[in-house]
Design a protein around this ligand. Sequence first.
Ligand SMILES: [Zn+2]
Ligand SMILES: [Zn+2]
Ligand SMILES: [Zn+2]
Length: 114
Amino acid sequence: MCIGCGCTDDRACHGGCSWVRLDFDRCIGVCSSCWRDMARWDAGDRTISAKAHESRKSRCKCCRAPIIWFRTNGGRNMPVDAATVQQNDAVFDATRHTSHFATCQYATKYRRAR
Ligand SMILES: [Zn+2]
Ligand SMILES: [Zn+2]
Ligand SMILES: [Zn+2]
């Protein structure tokens, strides 16, 4: 995820973008649309901007609750309740993040789909 705008490999910036900086281990980087954030990245600042945090929020298709998608260690995409995610969280943390699968009132639908 880009720390400037919140775009991802799956959801690039409008018009397309590429990574100019990338930290594979932490799943964050700076994309070509966010060259302004490159300077602070190079200075060691890996803080996710408020804008990036806002734009990564989406809504559950079933209950419309705010969620944020994370990729787990197993490589699966996992919807997490947005309320449990701090602005600077870049990777899924099972000790703090609540999977939306557990709280969604339509969770049975999710399970059946898998
Ligand atoms: Zn960006
Ligand atoms: Zn981008
Ligand atoms: Zn839901």
